[in-house]
Design a protein around this ligand. Sequence first.
Ligand code: F6P
Length: 323
Amino acid sequence: MIKKIAILTSGGDSQGMNNSIRAIVKTAKVYGLETFLVYEGYKGLVENLIVPATEIKIDQYINRGGTFIYSARYIEFKQEETRIKAKKVLESHGIEALVVIGGDGSYHGAQLLHKLGVKTIALPGTIDNDISSTDYTIGFDTALSAIVENVDRIRDTANSHHRCMLVEVMGRYAGDLSLHSGIATGAEIIITAENKMSTKEIISIVDEQMNKLKKDSVIIIISEHVYSDLNKLANDIETETKVVTRASVLAHLQRGGIPTANERVLATRMGVYAVDLLLENKSGLAIGIKNNKINALPILEALSTERPKLINEILMISKINQQ
Ligand code: F6P
């Protein structure tokens, strides 16, 4: 049976990562295993930035966003010699297993370490919800709440001035944050990579909503990377419709803040399950939640699961919100 587990967080931080770390450390303690914290993701692993978890008072992080063991994006991990170095660092501590919390880039790293013979389990830590093998990733719910809170604020001022507001949200190339926040805020238009609209199409809807239907405001939620210049788009809409139009980019506001209750529950359940799997001598698995059941499947399968298309729901919700 394994005796020593390490944990790292990698890629963009997400709210709830701390809850998973806490759950892993405490579950391991129940089973008499030692846990080690790797600072700064794969980079810290290679550089041996590893401390025993017993040195940290971990309960203080139960309601804190970010990751208290820090994160990094580290492309050098794509090189085999770097990974071999990482394996040797783990061996030097007598650590047999590693739990990686991160997005799909981090999953690739975990899979490659698994192939090198390190026991690895991956947890989906990203606000983007872009890991298709799980219904929800750790961070999505809190990021969504942050977007909704901010769009509600934007709606107040937009209503007061009869304005159109463009709000850019994160998600990398996935539209989940846009769709869900569009549903929750009643955004009149939701635009993601799946349904990029021309300026002309947007103008026609804004004109109808504001000038014909006399709506107080129009909110357009737009996924990042869809348009290169949001201010230009706002100007074009304003010029054609005469509706004052402004653009807001929510950016990293979405990635911080106190994890929601649901986030803490999800992250904790996944963390506990990671230790269960390691105790069963499992490796190379990615944890997810499907139909409210925590499950695990091979990392490679998790990475190749096809993303469900959102387009029909995006179009329907936009239509509903335009009524
Ligand atoms: O993957 C999380 C995420 O916040 C994406 O939504 C976004 O595209 C990216 O990271 C931003 O990365 P960075 O914080 O490195 O600019």
